[in-house]
Each structure stands twice: as C-alpha cells, then as structure tokens.
Design a binder for this molecule. Sequence first.
Ligand code: ZN
Length: 264
Amino acid sequence: MTTEIATGFELLRDAYVAEIASQVRLYRHTRTGAEIMSIENDDENKVFGIAFRTPPTDSTGIAHILEHSVLCGSRKYPLKEPFVELIKGSLNTFLNAFTFPDKTCYPVASQNTQDLYNMIDVYLDAVFFPRLTPHVLEQEGWHYELENPDDPLIFKGVVFNEMKGAFGAPERALNSFAQRSLFPDTTYGVESGGLPAHIPDLTFEQFSAFHRTHYHPSNARIFSTAMTTHSSGWRSLPPIWMSLSQSRPTRMLRFSRPSMRRAP
Ligand SMILES: [Zn+2]
C-alpha cells in the first residue's frame, strides 16, 4: 500500500500490532527517503528514536567516536555538552545513545510531550548539524598527552580510555574476538567500539567524511510514539531533511565461506 499524504510523506504500511496494543504506521519522506514509524498507543511514556546504518570498515571506533562527538554541541545548541544539560534539565525518563556493530541509535523518552519535543529538537540538531572539529575528535577519540617532559608520550581520549577499560575484561575481549572471527570480511569482522591499538589511526578527514556519508535522512530510521502526522513534532522535521543533500552509504560486502581463526 502506498498512499500520498500532504506533508511530503507516503504511507507505506498501516497495521494494528496487538502485542504492543498499538496502531503502527510506516511512512517514507518522499524527497530524502527517510523512514519514520509512528506508533499510536495509550502509553504515558512518549518515545522517540533516530537510528543510522553505520557499518564501519576498520576498528578505529569511528562510529562510536562519532556517537560521542555529535552530542558535544551543534549549530543550534553550541554548548559544550548538550547531552549532559538534557540529563540535568529535562523530564526525561530515558536519554542515551548506542553504537552497535552496524548501526547507531539515539533514543529519548519522557512522559511530557513538550519535554520530548524539546529533546527531539536537540537530538536532531545534534545528529544532522554537529560541530565536528579536530578538537572534538581529540577530546572524544584520541590525542597525545605528556604530563612532564621526562614522561613517556601516551594516548588519551574519552573513547580510547573507555575501550581500554572495556578490553580489560576478558569476556569482552573474547566476545569481540569471536565476533570478528565469525564474520570476517564484513562489517562484523571489525570492532565498532574501537580497538585501542587502532583508534589512533583515525584522522579528522575520515571522521568528518563518515558523518557526511552516514548521518543523512536517506540513511535514517525514526520511530516515535508521539509523532502522528498532525502533531507539531512531525511538522518540524521536513525542513531539517530538506536542507540536506542526498548521499548513500556504501553497501556491506557479503561473506562467502567459513574460515578458521586462532586466538592470539
Ligand atoms: Zn562510549
């Protein structure tokens, strides 16, 4: 079923999903290809999420560092840490961001619709118009640090330190190695969180290009329980999408045969 609706979207599917007692409608923004799933139900918790397909091709942690970095100030909200301000100053019941091996998700929730719309505004500006500078990459990704002239030069950075800590746990290291070995030659054959030994290979050019390529409406999937086509939140979205140019992410390679790997 494809039904043209007034706001520049086409309705692709409309179904009642009994398991979650919700009327679920899937729309596509005709100009950019962005898809939005509107979920209507009686739940007092209002939810919004935007996710991008972000398959990395190496273990520099590019998608993970970008997830941290887009929440470090944007065009409309040029603060140091809008994310921290939202945690302190909103009525959110959930607010976070996650990097998976092949996607990055930004979910928020609140019991107050206006509060949710405020958070959506901050999150959408963050993902589409972040202030990505070399300094942000140094802060969130990696940089050199030298406390005293006689000390050895060391690496530091939010994600670098986070992943160093994560890989201090044997289960995490084993899990990562198993996944990378089971799916070589695909995006699952690299560590999306970033391997500490590879994170310092990431350049600012690669970092900003990854954002340009992947953080685009055509690569976005949105879901919300507070956005029907007649809501004010819905009407605020198209101007953001319209101002962005078309781009398509690269496709993942398919793996063809099993292979044997030995843990180092
Ligand atoms: Zn992180």
